[in-house]
Design a protein around this ligand. Structure first.
Ligand SMILES: Nc1ncnc2c1ncn2[C@@H]1O[C@H](COP(=O)(O)OP(=O)(O)OP(=O)(O)O)[C@@H](O)[C@H]1O
Ligand SMILES: [Mg+2]
Length: 314
């Protein structure tokens, strides 16, 4: 089972309007509400790809109960809530159908106490034996919990469970110190970590090599519709070329890519298999407004359009 961890989920509302005019009252003809958060996106994508998954989420208050209910009833994914006192945030996105522009309002996430962080870690440790692989997704809601991934990765590794980190900022940097099996930064996140621009695959390869030096076995660097680098500590390196599609909403494409790699690693598939499935899933996700929703027909149509090139080691 793929266990996903979302320390800062949200009630993710999207209000559709023709055009957003600031300072006016606008009635919307359409509204959607999903459980938001990077790990919940990964769980949704794993489910769409036919895998088994559960979502570990840190939640609080009425909005937290709403998130749990949506994960279970809307997504049909098993939810493992870790309850905290402060309420889960709501993110409201206004989507302008006339120009595809999105404006999002982020409420602050819950503050956490040291005792709550301890309880989250205890609960996580108890769930671990059910997982084959754990993905850590997004950021934490309170700087007090910035070591959360670092500690969780250590707990998972102590039980021999594979770990996959997809975050940014301090959580990512600290999580890397615990040496997860795989990391999946997008290019902006890798540049933030590296501290300077990485304009070419060669430069990206150097940053990946530095992560391998720390012991991280697999580094996958995504760049939207641009080719992505898959680099293994064994020296195997692949470039995958995403299929050409009409992009509607790429938010969550990275999470779909993570879902494909998580499943592939858990099932012992080849890097080429994971790269192809990941690119197909990422592209399928980007073709619609919905996050982590795609059909197996779409995946099967896109799979042969993904080209993978094996790089020669120098
Ligand atoms: N416009 C696109 N056309 C084809 N494939 C795409 C497109 N956008 C994304 N993808 C696929 O999805 C993968 C992940 O996308 P991206 O690099 O945008 O991830 P991300 O920034 O982590 O996204 P998020 O965090 O919102 O999930 C890409 O490597 C690519 O395979
Ligand atoms: Mg991402």
């Amino acid at each position: 089972m793929i266990l996903t961890v979302t320390p800062n989920p949200c009630v993710d509302k999207t209000v559709y309007v023709d055009t957003l005019r600031l300072g006016t009252f606008i009635r919307s003809p359409k509204y959607t509400c999903i459980p938001g958060g990077k790990g919940t996106n990964v769980s949704r994508a794993v489910k769409q790809l036919g895998g088994e998954t559960a979502a570990f989420v840190v939640v609080g208050g009425h909005t937290g109960r709403h998130v749990v209910e949506m994960i279970e009833n809307q997504d049909g994914v098993e939810c493992i809530p870790a309850w905290v006192r402060d309420a889960t945030r709501t993110i409201t996105t206004v989507l302008e159908t006339s120009n595809h522009r999105q404006t999002a309002l982020f409420e602050p996430g819950p503050r956490l106490t040291p005792e709550e962080v301890r309880r989250i870690l205890n609960q996580f440790e108890q769930v671990l034996p059910r997982a084959t692989l754990v993905t850590f997704n997004g950021t934490v809601s309170d700087p007090i919990a910035k070591h959360l991934y670092q500690e969780m990765i250590a707990l998972a590794k102590a039980q021999g469970i594979l770990t996959l980190l997809d975050s940014h900022g301090e959580e990512m940097a600290l999580g890397i110190e615990a040496v997860p099996h795989m990391v999946k930064p997008n290019i902006a996140e890798l540049e933030e970590l590296w501290g300077e621009p990485l304009p070419s695959i060669k430069e990206i390869g150097k940053a990946a090599e530095a992560l391998h030096q720390k012991g991280i076995e697999l580094v996958v660097v995504s760049r939207g519709k641009e080719p992505l680098l898959i680099s293994s500590i064994t020296g195997e390196r692949l470039i995958a070329y995403p299929p050409e599609i009409k992009e509607v909403n790429p938010v969550g494409s990275g999470d779909a890519l993570v879902a494909a790699f998580a499943m592939g690693l858990a099932e012992g598939k080849t890097l080429e298999h994971m790269a192809k499935l990941g690119c197909a899933a990422g592209a399928a996700n980007a073709m619609s407004w919905d996050i982590g929703h795609f059909s197996s027909e779409e995946i099967n149509r896109l799979l042969p359009l993904v080209r993978v090139e094996h790089l020669k080691s120098d």
